[in-house]
Design a binder for this molecule. Sequence first.
Ligand SMILES: [Fe+2]
Length: 366
Amino acid sequence: MAEILGLGMSHYPLMARPTGQKSIAFRLVDRPDLPDTAKDPGNWPEAMRRELADDQGEAYQRAHREAFGAECRKIRETLDEFEPDAVLIWGDDQYENFKEDIVPAFCLLAYDDMDVYPYRPVVDPIGSSSSTFEHVSANAWGEPEDTRLNLQGNRDLAKAIARGLIAEKVDIAYAYQPLHFPSLSHAFLNTVLFLDWDRDRGWPYPIIPFQINCYGERVIVNKGFISPVGKINLPDAELDPPGPTPERCMEVGAAVVRVLSQRPERVALIASSSWSHAFLTPKHDFVYPDVENDRAMYDALGRGDFDFWRSITNEQVYDRGQQEMRNWWALMGAMEALGRATPSYHAFIESYSQNSNKCFVVYDAN
Ligand SMILES: [Fe+2]
């Protein structure tokens, strides 16, 4: 029977950029369709203004990144102690492979080994994700643009999981190669980059990326990042259909555990994403995230309250900008199925000015 380790972390792309940058909030308000009241820092929460201080949040960004890196190191240490045969990562697709031609709710990537270039610009004839619209190769580690990583996949295990899920009545989509994005998409690639924070361990583990249509109503509308100008108050009919419900994500996570329980491999499951996102939170004019509701989710995680997590509706997800947390709902379902009520380690990095709150968690294998 498989041994399963449960982990959660963030893949916040700006943590790969050079340190000491001003807050993303000043970029988020740089759009003409926002009301002036939303652009005025005087109207932002006091805690956010404290983060921004008098340098537009540069010093805070440095401290945020330091705290972020310390958590990534902890997750990596736990992973190395466990020595997994494979690492399954739940991650969102931000208009990378889920585009106008197909948007599945879930998709398992049964890729072979691949060479990836994290700092090269990505070109796709159908249109690039707006999250890569301002491609820069400059990165926090000072690595050259042609840096190459060779990542192992595990096609056999990925196929076995797909077979098992179908037997579990989860009609999973799968892919043997990228549809559009000619690399590993950001949720998975950043996870790998961040788990070698000090660039001293490399990445020896085969990965099985498990995509979730986290962006739901905004997967095509937003093209992966900020809603196009002029579309801040889109009528419901113009939004895309929603992603899978939190409850369904938990069911799928639980089904993954049942399938893996029949296998001999040691597998680490990672939920990879930040929590509420500023650029997805309409009630805050897309300027800062829903910190209060993230705190409530974090409290529920700490006390092992899976029913609280299950009770969240798709409407609440949309209202709170918690779309990417669908990756975490899958992990919650998996841990509930394993009977691991409370995590052995958890941390919460709260932030108004760095787009999102970040949670890190470990559920020990035994
Ligand atoms: Fe993401």
